[in-house]
Design a protein around this ligand. Structure first.
Ligand code: MN
Length: 476
């Protein structure tokens, strides 16, 4: 039934800018461990006579975020008042850029190649927070005045999976650019997902519903998939989809209606007379652009070219430091070594037991050395993983990889003379006699038994491949 229909999704995302202070005052912007209403300026209480002063750092971060979206930076933008009455907004209006946003058209390319247009991104202040207890509610204004950019996508997304991919890529773009700290648990990024459903090929979109305030990638995908099925069921039953705002419940896996939107909201927007228009110079924007770091899509392209598996790349890209490091490894070595380091990052360094290590600790040189030692048979794969973790131990930071491997007694025995002596000892032992006879009779299984003895005698340092070659030569 569902394949008769297509879903269309547009996403709005509120991104908390990583400034020290609020958008219009010098009050601390980080209220995570603070008492309610501890980080509040008279302006956040809307005390008459207070005046806003625009935070330049927020403007700079908004531009960085915009550039990461390949967005056009508008040299002229302006703040407006968006009026609504709600207890978390003492002034009765939110300062936001309604008519002239700072960032214009942009684009995000998903890992699967699909493109999502960005309509615009505007600067605005956050409202406070209400907590409801039975028949009363408490107001906390710590978050009031926090600088945000609201990113508004075009309705270019047509699957629940792409909705998640878009949100994940936005998170990377905002954190790589430094615009946002990306702490989803504390609501640093909040997604509103607009879903509509129509028959495939239909000229007009269906009635849309908006699922508000989702802050996990997985929930975005689940919520969009749920809404699609809900719309299809309504349409198939001949019922109308109601235009409304809905909430997502992670526990039940369902959306529920919150507020119907029979008519368009009327917020009575008009220019804020207290904040002068923002006039940027081209030089100011160019200076910021010159300092932009490499973005996920830049790394994705070079790592794919080097032959790193797509799944490995996407896992790595969630860690900007590791992406940066792998880029440096690629610059000083070849593709084979780079792929090995990428696999070590994902298979070992990002494994749960190693989480919490400082991913900056090991330099590209040390990592390349490690992969090369594994490549040359000087370290077994198990030993390579042990040395990798040791490289991230702060006491080993400056040591050469080889010295560290030696100190850990993990270097494989590749010296033929030394290895030959060990093999001779093993062969001379009575325990080996029947195995030697078996091998001479063509029983391959016995080779493994002898290699086991050699590994034991060498305390795990023999290179098993080379040991096998020498062993067979000696048995003849
Ligand atoms: Mn908004």
């Amino acid at each position: 039934m569902s394949d008769k229909y297509e879903m269309t999704i547009g996403i709005e995302c509120h991104v908390q800018l990583a400034t020290k202070t609020k958008l219009f005052s010098g009050i601390d912007n980080d209220a995570r461990d603070k008492e309610p209403n501890a980080c509040v300026s008279p302006g956040d209480y809307a005390i008459p006579g207070t005046l806003p002063v625009l935070n330049e750092a927020a403007v700079g971060l908004a531009i960085r975020g915009g550039l990461a979206l390949k967005g056009k930076v508008n040299l002229k933008s302006r703040f407006d008042r968006k009026h609504y009455f709600y207890p978390d907004l003492p002034g009765g209006y939110q300062r936001t850029q309604f008519f002239h946003p700072i960032i214009g058209e942009g684009e995000v390319v998903l890992p699967n190649g699909n493109r999502v247009g960005i309509h615009h991104a505007h600067l605005e202040e956050d409202a406070g927070k209400l907590t409801h207890f039975g028949d009363y509610s408490l107001v906390d204004l710590n978050r009031a005045g926090t600088p945000l950019i609201e990113i508004v996508s075009h309705p270019d997304i047509h699957s629940a999976e792409d909705a998640r991919l878009f949100a994940e890529e936005l998170w990377r773009l905002m954190t790589y650019s430094g615009a946002c700290l990306g702490d989803l648990y504390h609501g640093n990024m909040r997604f509103d997902v607009n879903v509509s459903v129509a028959e495939k090929g239909a000229k007009e979109l269906g009635i849309r519903t908006e699922i508000k305030n989702i802050n996990s990638f997985r929930s975005i995908e689940r919520a969009a998939a749920y809404e699609f099925e809900r719309h299809v069921a309504l349409i198939e039953n001949g019922e109308a989809v109601k235009r409304e705002t809905r909430g997502w419940n992670d526990a039940t896996g369902k959306t529920t209606g919150q507020r119907s939107k029979e008519t368009a909201d009327d917020y009575l927007q008009f220019p804020d007379s207290d904040v002068p228009p923002l006039n940027l110079t081209k030089e100011y924007v160019d200076e910021i652009a010159a300092k932009m770091p490499k973005l996920p899509q830049d790394y994705r392209a070079v790592f794919r070219e080097a032959g790193v598996a797509d799944k490995t790349i996407e896992t790595l890209l969630d860690h900007q430091v590791l992406a940066e490091r792998l880029g440096q490894v690629l610059e000083i070595t070849d593709m084979k070594i780079t792929i090995k380091v990428a696999n070590l990052f994902v298979g070992t360094l990002l494994a749960e037991e190693n989480s919490g290590l400082n991913y900056r600790a090991a330099s590209a040189e040390r990592l390349a050395e490690l992969a090369k030692m594994n490549e040359d048979g000087e370290l077994s794969s198990t030993a390579t993983k042990q040395v990798l973790v040791a490289l991230y131990n702060k006491n080993n930071g400056e040591k050469l990889t080889k010295a560290l491997a030696k100190e850990m007694n993990l270097l494989q025995e590749n010296n033929d003379a030394a290895l030959g002596a060990i093999i001779d000892e093993v062969l001379a032992d009575k325990a080996a006699a029947s195995a030697i006879a078996d091998i001479k009779n063509g029983e391959q299984k016995a080779i493994g038994f002898l290699i086991g003895l050699i590994m034991k005698k060498s305390q795990g340092k023999a290179n098993p491949g080379r040991a096998r070659e020498l062993l067979l030569k000696k048995i003849g």
